[in-house]
Design a binder for this molecule. Structure first.
Ligand code: SF4
Length: 457
């Protein structure tokens, strides 16, 4: 199918393939986790084959509520709550020492919530306990998500002194009407100043987060957001699709469906952003990330070494991932485990000297095979069938006969090439990648499950 024919068909494809599908930051997804009654992570550390560790620390607090948000967060103005929380983080670090012993930390990521809720003093204490309980490699990447509304130049300086190397600012959308609707009014000039200051301070990499599909977003408002983003010249850009799940996230009921962009407009906004960022030299990473070609994410992509984890695309896919804090997820060996989402339960478990994680699963052989396939498609838009056959001693076409049959309509529509050795997703079909991966997902078999995920487009 030619590109022209494909463009003619865009509208009908979107209607056809805009069904609910996971974002596949993991396979199986977190919705498949089940209650665990043992210390799954400690048990799983026996199956771990790496001595490298990535750390994820979840800071759940935010000062105000953004109505679109689907994160695990706690809105409060009481900064002292973070003091208690940091004490519990240390308790958890101590409890998990057996898992992290003899491993070197190659990456640390602070997410939330809003890590910039912490004061400079609290950040200093957090870094102190992290360094006390973990052995960091000299070139470890230390990254943090920042809400620009509570960051200034002095705060950036503190982060730099603590050793952070990568910053990610939540830009989201620059239009006032959109910002007002989502209850996140912030100054674009302030963010540009922060980016400039961060660069002056010598941070290695700066990322800006954007969201398409937000209420009241139009072609024109989005063009302005994209232009402002390009003007700041970040090293990386994350372009997230707004996930509208009002039945799960009450704040999303603050705005009606009628002011949300249609699936067709969302696809248009996405394509506009892709063309726009590529035209100024950004490389596209997976479904929704962009990076300058000198950035480690682009280098890893070009070497076929890109991975995906709960924080998105990563260059540290070979390491175990240890999550610390409320709701955080760990991947150790062949097991996933997640801490409670409620702060009270998280505190109670640590007070009772119980393992923090309450749900999780150990991956079966089938899960591992499908995880490799979905990860390869999400990262590389390609899959080497022979490599899967060699690694798992299966006949790909027999093992995945159902999935391949389900992909035939997509092949007919020019959205995938099913070769005898490899499977490719052409560039113009990148936006359908979640729908394509869903064909390899053994758990997506009921509408009840599907509607718990956001729309694939
Ligand atoms: S989007 Fe970020 S700052 Fe806003 S409520 Fe969610 S976690 Fe907090």
């Amino acid at each position: 199918m030619t590109t022209l024919q494909h463009k003619d068909n865009t509208q009908s494809f979107i209607t056809k393939y805009a069904q609910h599908a996971p974002r596949y930051t993991s396979y199986p997804t977190a919705l498949k986790f089940e209650p665990i009654d043992s210390d799954l992570l400690t048990l799983a550390s026996d199956s771990s084959t790496t001595n490298e560790l990535s750390l994820y620390v979840h800071i759940p607090f935010c000062k105000t509520l953004c109505y679109y948000c689907g994160c695990n967060k706690l809105v409060t103005r009481h900064n002292e709550k973070a003091d208690d929380y940091l004490a519990y983080l240390e308790k958890e670090m101590v409890a998990k020492q057996v898992i992290s012993a003899n491993k070197k930390v190659v990456a640390l990521h602070l997410g939330g919530g809003s890590p910039s809720f912490l004061s400079a003093t609290q950040h200093t204490f957090l870094m102190y306990i992290l360094k006390k309980h973990y052995a960091f490699s000299a070139d470890a990447e230390l990254s943090i998500e920042l809400d620009p509304r509570n960051v200034d130049a002095a705060y950036l300086k503190t982060l730099k002194n603590l050793g952070y190397t990568r910053l990610s600012f939540g830009l989201q959308d620059t239009d006032y009407k959109v910002q007002h609707t989502i209850n996140r009014v912030q100054s674009t000039a302030h963010i540009a100043d922060l980016v400039f200051e961060a660069r002056t301070l010598g941070f290695k990499s700066i990322n800006l987060d954007l969201i398409y599909g937000l209420p009241n977003q139009t072609r024109d408002t989005f063009k302005t957001t994209i232009a402002a983003t390009k003007a700041m010249q970040p090293d990386r850009i994350s372009l997230f699709s707004y996930a509208h799940l009002p039945e799960r996230f009450a704040a999303q009921r603050k705005f009606g469906d009628e002011i949300l962009p249609s699936a067709e407009l969302k696809a248009e906004l996405y394509n506009f952003a892709v063309d726009s960022f590529k035209s100024v030299g950004y490389e596209m990473i997976g479904l929704d990330h962009f990076a300058k070609s000198s950035d480690t994410l682009a280098i890893a992509k070009n070497k076929g070494e890109l991975h995906r984890n709960f924080q998105g695309y990563t260059t540290h896919g070979g390491s175990d991932l240890l999550g610390i804090g409320v709701s955080s997820i760990s991947t150790i060996g062949n097991a996933f485990a997640q801490n409670p989402k409620a702060l009270k339960e998280y505190y109670e478990r640590l007070d009772a000297n119980l393992p923090a994680a309450t749900i999780g699963l150990t991956l079966s052989l089938d899960d591992l095979i499908r995880r490799d396939i979905i990860s390869s498609l999400m990262c590389n838009l390609a899959l080497n069938k022979r490599a899967v056959e060699d690694k798992y001693a299966i006949s790909f076409d027999n093992y995945f006969a159902d999935a391949l049959e389900n992909l035939l309509p997509l092949e007919k529509d020019g959205l995938i090439e099913l070769g005898s050795e490899c499977i490719y997703v052409p560039e113009h079909a990148r936006i359908y990648i979640r729908a394509i991966c869903a064909r390899f997902d053994a758990y997506l078999n009921t509408d009840a499950v599907l509607t718990r995920y956001s729309k694939a487009i």
